[in-house]
Write a protein that binds this ligand. Structure first.
Ligand code: PLP
Length: 464
């Protein structure tokens, strides 16, 4: 094995991968007869695989991550310069890029104040859960320790974040789970359950009130936190209904419950605002973020809190257990904040928030046009360049399309050189939403190429 293996001997790379790499989230049996896909290069919105095939990546690295696109030399240069100067010191000390990025980030988040560094979305969410649990112990005799999460939301792959996971297929076979995580109903109006919400005039208010019902059932003095995605990602690209978020905020205030917003997908620019929650009139207590923070150029995540939350951990310096006794070893890596600073500079200098809004609107219009043409598109949802199309076999009954057909549409697009996504092992029977999250640098031509590919794929699959 050597560094030139990629260039000289692609077969050896494929064989090494097949023999020794355990890929994420895939069944490996097919690799006995077909080659695993190996991506070797990226530039802008495109990637090339080891066979030399070029793909338009409509999912930003597969999982809505590479927001500023591939091949950004200025991020690589900033990381390199930082690494040769000072690559690492434990987060009990500060670093220059850590301080600078925290300052820049907080400027984008009015009302927020403190940045706790870690290195994955799951880990940032675990930090938030630990903060909420410790506050329960410090302030409420340990009682206010329950954390609410919502059906269809996802917060990570560790056991505690899966305990807060609302996707049954992700969770199956990995229990038992951590106690005191409690589920609240989802807010997808297209799949509303009449028996729960009746014929309430405002679905948004009714769906938020359903959270209040859970709080009252559990006892408000036992509930410390509510963890929600601003727009649910892998659970079906669910844009919250009108009035939902504002009512959720009221409920949290009423019962003294900390509002933790998981911005791991929406964070930095994906919806056309810096954060997804900024599309609504709300003020969270804790915000977690990861993927788009440095667009995958370095591993970094942040758990950001208000000063009020932070203060609860320094109110009694005489208590040896009273502060946040947590560490993330790799949260001290300086590559993350160095990359994040350049990532943020790029978003600002290239006006990528504005582009996201404009391209998101174009893509939404294109998808709506496709839904007029193809009966299998039941609903199109999303915000900015974070879009989903739920597929059905019967418009009126809203019967979810068989996931094999959903997979066939994704595979057809892949054949055309366009990588799109679909909800995957999430809700039983409802892995039927196509997902789109191209880089925020997408042009009108890219958007049209993506939706043209979907058009052709649906035409082919439905006429087969
Ligand atoms: C909303 C959300 N939260 C948390 C995570 C977990 O992030 P990570 O895989 O970096 O641990 C994900 C990953 O997809 C996510 O979509």
């Amino acid at each position: 094995m050597n560094a030139t293996m990629h260039v000289n001997n692609p077969e050896a790379v494929v064989e090494a991968d097949r023999a020794h790499v355990w890929h994420h989230l895939v069944q490996h049996k097919p690799f006995e007869t077909v080659d695993p896909r190996i991506i070797v290069e990226g530039k802008g919105i495109h990637v090339w695989d080891i066979t030399g095939k070029k793909h338009l990546d409509a999912v930003s690295g597969g999982v809505w991550t590479v927001n500023v696109g591939y091949g950004r030399e200025r991020i690589a240069d900033a990381v390199r310069d930082q690494l040769v100067k000072m690559n690492y010191f434990a987060g009990s000390a500060g670093s220059i890029p850590g301080a600078q990025f925290a300052d820049r980030l907080i400027q984008k988040m009015p009302g927020m104040s403190r940045v706790y560094y870690a290195n994955s979305g799951s880990e940032a969410n675990e930090k938030a859960f630990k903060m909420i649990r410790q506050i329960a112990h410090k302030r409420y005799g340990g009682k206010k320790n329950k954390i609410l999460y919502r059906e269809r939301d996802y917060h990570g792959s560790t056991i505690a974040t899966m305990s807060a996971g609302g996707q049954e297929e992700r969770n199956a076979q990995y229990g038992p789970y951590t106690p005191a995580f409690i589920s609240v109903p989802h807010c997808l109006e297209y799949r509303k359950r009449e028996q729960e919400f009746g014929d309430a005039e405002s679905y948004g208010i009714a769906a938020a009130n359903a959270i209040e019902e859970v709080i009252l059932r559990e006892g408000p003095d036992t509930v410390g936190g509510l963890c929600l995605e601003p727009i649910t990602a892998g659970g079906g690209v669910i844009t919250p209904p009108q009035g939902y978020w504002e009512r959720v905020q009221e409920i949290c205030k009423k019962y003294d419950i900390l509002l933790h917003i998981d911005e791991v997908v929406c964070g930095l620019g994906r919806t056309g605002t810096w954060f997804g929650y900024q599309n609504f009139d709300i003020q969270p207590d804790i915000v977690t973020m990861a993927k788009g923070v440095a667009s995958g150029y370095a591993a970094i995540s942040c758990c950001v809190t208000t000063e009020a939350v932070f203060d609860m951990f320094k109110d009694d310096a005489s208590d040896p257990l009273g502060y946040f006794r947590d560490i993330s070893t790799f949260g001290g890596c300086t590559a993350g904040p160095a990359a994040a600073l350049e990532n943020m500079n790029i978003i600002e200098e290239e006006s990528l928030l504005e582009n996201t809004l404009a391209m998101g609107e174009r893509m939404m219009n294109n998808l709506h046009a496709l839904s007029e043409k193809h009966e299998i598109i039941g609903q199109v949802r999303g915000k900015g360049l974070f879009l989903g199309a739920e597929l059905v076999s019967d418009q009126d009954a809203r019967t979810p399309l068989d996931e094999k057909l959903v997979g066939a549409i994704v595979a057809d697009c892949m054949g055309q050189g366009v990588i799109i996504g679909a909800t995957n092992r999430s809700i039983p029977g409802y892995n039927n939403t196509l997902c789109f999250s191209p880089a925020l640098i997408a042009t009108p031509d890219h958007i049209d190429e993506i939706t043209d590919a979907v058009d052709q794929a649906i035409t082919r699959i439905t006429s087969a």
